[in-house]
Design a protein. Structure first.
Length: 107
């Protein structure tokens, strides 16, 4: 049986479920965690405030830099004003993203 994952294959890329904590002490990708609704999310935090999309931009910058994926490949498809977000990452494979997440959560 496959372990639960925040990654879902999607047309031309993958969708990634994220739970973002803005105004944190530091920018980081912390863990993959289960949610009360049965879903699984990648937990991330940014120091930026959640106004005018600044925290969303900081999240994309964090993921882009850590995973060496161009910012232009990221798009927030749901949850732009919520802590729980779904991102679309163009031209990414689920296997590639699972590997990047595993490496990020070890730090």
């Amino acid at each position: 049986m496959l372990s639960p994952s925040p990654v879902t294959p999607w047309n031309g890329g993958v969708r990634l479920a994220v739970k973002l904590t803005p105004k944190a002490a530091r920018d980081q990708i912390s863990e993959v965690a289960p949610e009360a609704d049965g879903g699984v999310v990648l937990k991330a935090s940014v120091t930026t405030v959640p106004e005018d999309g600044k925290a969303n931009a900081a999240l994309i910058a964090l993921l882009s830099k850590r995973w060496k994926i161009a910012k232009s490949r990221f798009e927030i498809v749901s949850g732009a004003t919520d802590r729980r977000k779904t991102l679309f990452i163009a031209d990414a494979s689920p296997e590639e993203l699972e590997r990047l997440i595993a490496e990020s959560c070890k730090r």
